[in-house]
Design a protein around this ligand. Structure first.
Ligand code: HEM
Length: 133
């Protein structure tokens, strides 16, 4: 009997649908942050123009999810947790970030719902880990 080779592991980046899906998720996230008064406090912490964030967050998420590492190559050694150390993030604003991201993931047409739900859980823990009080 011959052994069959195991299929190569598929990254979360590929499972969710790659760059176009991550862009759709992050655009929805910033639309919600911009338009829903529930996230007003979080919105006020960001620059008036979200264009740079709309470009940066999907690229961060791509590398973080095992895909192309452009963001990490452009920001050598940058740690997302310490990069947020200078912002006054509390439980309320961390909760707003997490909830807007969970909604954006739920409302976007992803290739694999299971990995989108797993990402929502991990990002929830990451955001709440950034809260200082
Ligand atoms: C916990 C709540 C969070 C708050 C209040 C917050 C707030 C901010 C703020 C104020 C900026 C600067 C951008 C600007 O001035 O417009 C920023 C940048 C950024 N944040 Fe957050 N953030 C949070 C959580 C997260 C999480 C969990 C991630 C990643 C999963 C993330 C990813 C980023 C990225 C990629 C940037 C741009 C940095 C760069 O590309 O150099 N943030 N954030």
């Amino acid at each position: 009997m011959t052994m069959t080779a195991e299929a190569p592991a598929t990254s979360p980046f590929e499972r969710i649908g790659g760059h176009p899906v991550l862009r759709a998720i992050t655009d929805r996230f910033y639309d919600l942050m911009d338009q829903d008064p529930a996230y007003a406090e979080l919105r006020a912490m960001h620059a008036p123009d979200l264009l740079e964030m709309r470009a940066s967050l999907p690229l961060f998420l791509a590398g973080w999810a095992g895909g192309p590492r452009d963001w990490f190559e452009a920001n050598p050694g940058k740690c997302m947790m310490s990069a947020h150390g200078s912002f006054r993030i509390n439980a309320a604003t961390a909760g707003q970030w997490s909830e807007a991201m969970r909604r954006a993931l739920a409302e976007t047409d992803v290739a694999d719902r299971e990995i989108a739900d797993a990402m929502a859980d991990v990002l929830d823990r990451m955001a709440k880990g950034m809260a200082r009080d």
